[in-house]
Unconditional design. Structure first.
Length: 310
């Protein structure tokens, strides 16, 4: 899907249609990808270059908002096909892309080895000399078009969001939540936060959202899934739901079998809010679309509950 200002969304094919996007930005014949999907997404990204008649040599950057595998799992394999590209990564994420063994171990602990192989394939390391470490305030130049990388913890401590003044947009990874097109109504987009394990921090997430709002963006490009507008309303929705999710977690913090109870309360929260938004999907379909997010959000809230420094 093509947008203004040379921005395109590519469905990576991960999990289900319109779940996981990579964004391609083209400026004066040069290009950058923001997030890559998995190894199995790489042919789709290369096909988009071909469709736009861009040689692989035209890609200058592969920008990773963070190193969770649905965002960065295909980065190493993609980089092998892009001779001039450098990967742009938060300083906390660099070591994981140079040596992905810890990422693989973490995903295996959550999903199991067979599922990791089926969903992500074998991760390919990125040579350290091809990585740009994007500290807070780092600026990138794409054929005269500047991008600003800002540190945005809350979903993950290794997360950056990318400000593009040309389009007055952020590429937000997971910091500005999830918005699936199945939930769009005449009121606009529906959104929810993501507390995927293991670094959910509600106070930091509130602050990161507010920091992005200070730029007065007109639109946000989310990995899950692509462009949303009406940014101030969506930010309010995110703030409300972060607080509601924390309250749910605290309510069940000491319960035996809390995971199931937290999942059920999250499902009810999202269903009620979707209904208030005018969503016409039935309850079973709402839960079906959000099944992975409900599970992972519950896991992340439990990790947060159990963190000693909380």
């Amino acid at each position: 899907m093509d947008f203004d200002h040379g921005i395109s969304a590519i469905d990576t094919g991960f999990f289900r249609p319109q779940f996981d996007a990579s964004h391609l930005i083209v400026e004066n014949g040069r290009a950058a990808f923001v997030d890559t999907g998995t190894n199995y997404s790489v042919p789709r990204l290369l096909a988009e270059l071909e469709a736009k008649r861009l040689p692989v040599e035209a890609v200058d950057y592969v920008i990773l908002t963070h190193v969770h595998l649905d965002h960065a799992g295909g980065a190493g394999l993609l980089m092998q096909q892009l001779p001039n590209a450098r990967a742009v990564i938060h300083p906390r994420g660099v070591r994981h892309m140079v040596d992905p063994s810890a990422l693989i171990a973490g995903a295996t602990a959550v999903y199991g080895a067979d599922e990791v192989q089926a969903s992500y394939g074998a991760l390919v390391p990125i040579p350290a000399e091809r990585i740009i470490t994007a500290n807070d305030g780092h600026r990138l130049d794409l054929a005269g078009r500047e991008f600003l990388c800002i540190d945005t913890p809350g979903h993950a401590r290794h997360h950056i969001c990318i400000w593009d003044a040309r389009s007055r947009a952020f590429f937000t990874g997971d910091t500005f939540g999830l918005s699936y097109r199945e939930f769009d109504t005449d009121k606009g987009a529906f959104i929810l936060p993501t507390s995927t394990p293991v670094q959910f921090e509600p106070d930091a997430l509130h602050a990161s959202i507010d920091r992005m709002l200070a730029f007065e963006p007109r639109q946000m490009f989310l990995t899950h899934y692509s462009r949303v507008t009406d940014v101030e309303r969506l930010a309010r929705d995110l703030h409300e739901q972060i607080d509601a999710m924390v309250a749910i977690a605290r309510t069940h913090g000491g319960d035996a079998g809390r995971h199931v109870r937290i999942m059920e309360d999250l499902a009810q929260l999202y269903t009620l809010r979707a209904r208030a938004h005018g969503c016409m999907l039935d309850d079973a379909r709402i839960r079906e679309v959000l099944v992975m997010d409900i599970e992972l959000n519950a896991q992340g809230l439990e990790v947060w509950l159990d963190r000693p420094a909380r």
